[in-house]
Design a protein around this ligand. Structure first.
Ligand code: UDP
Ligand code: MG
Length: 311
């Protein structure tokens, strides 16, 4: 039987791009021996995107759509797409034609080879600003240090995920989420395919620098417990440092008869620092408990199974 591929397209104010991307995908599948469905997720667009998608869906029953009641963000849009997809695998692609449709066959080839996640890696983008390039470098650097999830640098949401991955993904219930981070957390066999990103076909990017920074921060918070523990580390650092300093001043004053002339006031300052350090360390201790609450409530599956036999 022919396998089905779900194409998931998040849409936010893309009225001029919808017909374009849908016709490119339809054209592509003419030459492929797969069945497909296109799922547009209209993420609270303020323009005509909703109506255009509706009209398009009337002409072709392979085109389906989900319409959000307001803008929930791309992460939620792709999540909804994955929840509703029926394919043997799903491919997520941006509506603005920045992700070249031509390389989809390469994704499929790797999938047929047995890879369960095929990630599109962005080589360069003609419209990238310096801030964006620099920012993403720093993001991946911090991310790889503070979390044990391995997100490949320059990986995009342009990717293919196997049914097994979709089913596992759909078990994740946390609200603050970054789709690609969550997929990285799930594991599975991954392969990477480089592509050259195009400029946007029409319209403007919905992600401003501010929105990207917010996204980066929520990635850190949702995928790593390190930020929560910072106070604790700082506390331990301050306590040990001021403890040593206090000891030094004490020895200098009481045993060596004060050759450097420290006042008692300096001792007081050091004691104060010591106590601040202890308070921060206690905050760190609390953070450990909050961290475990955090992991509990995120409700992720405890483990993810690829295959089973005889069970
Ligand atoms: N998008 C979305 N909801 C949003 C913002 C963007 O569904 O709140 C969609 C958008 O329509 C596009 C994709 O996500 O298909 C990528 O958005 P954009 O081009 O603005 O981001 P960038 O190319 O800068 O990553
Ligand atoms: Mg874009």
């Amino acid at each position: 039987m022919q396998k089905t591929i779900s194409i998931i397209i998040p849409v936010h104010n893309e009225e001029k791009n919808i017909a374009l991307i849908s016709s490119e995908i339809t054209k592509l599948f003419l030459n492929l021996s797969y069945d497909y469905e296109i799922i547009f997720v209209n993420d609270g667009s303020n323009d005509n995107s909703g109506r255009i998608i509706e009209d398009l869906a009337k002409t072709d029953d392979r085109i389906k759509y989900i319409e959000f009641s307001r803008n929930f963000g791309k992460e939620m849009a792709t999540t909804a797409g994955l929840h509703h997809s029926k394919g043997d695998c799903a491919i997520m692609i941006d509506a603005d034609l920045q992700h070249p449709v031509e390389i989809i066959p390469k994704f499929i080839t790797d999938w047929e080879k047995g890879f369960e996640v095929v990630v599109g890696i962005r080589k360069s983008c003609k419209s990238d600003t310096f801030i964006k390039i620099f920012g993403s470098k720093i993001f991946y650097m911090i991310m790889s240090r503070i979390s044990d999830i391995n997100i490949a640098p320059n990986s995009t949401d342009f990717r293919l995920v196997d049914r097994k991955v979709i089913d596992a993904f759909n078990q994740c219930t946390e609200r603050t989420r970054i789709t690609r981070g969550l997929i990285a957390w799930l594991g599975f066999r991954r392969s990477f395919i480089e592509f050259e990103a195009n400029g946007r076909a029409h319209g403007e990017a919905s992600y401003s620098t501010l929105k990207l920074i917010k996204l980066a921060l929520s990635s850190f918070v949702s995928l790593s417990l390190f930020p929560l523990k910072i106070a604790g580390y700082l506390g331990i650092f301050i306590t040990s440092l001021s403890g040593l300093l206090g000891l030094f001043i004490f020895i200098e004053k009481v045993i060596l008869n004060d050759p450097m002339g420290f006042t008692w006031l300096s001792m007081l300052v050091v004691m104060n620092l010591f106590l601040i350090g202890i308070i921060l360390s206690c905050l760190g201790l609390m953070a450990l408990y909050i961290a475990s609450i955090n992991t509990e409530v995120s409700g992720r599956p405890m483990y993810v199974v690829r295959d089973k036999k005889g069970l």
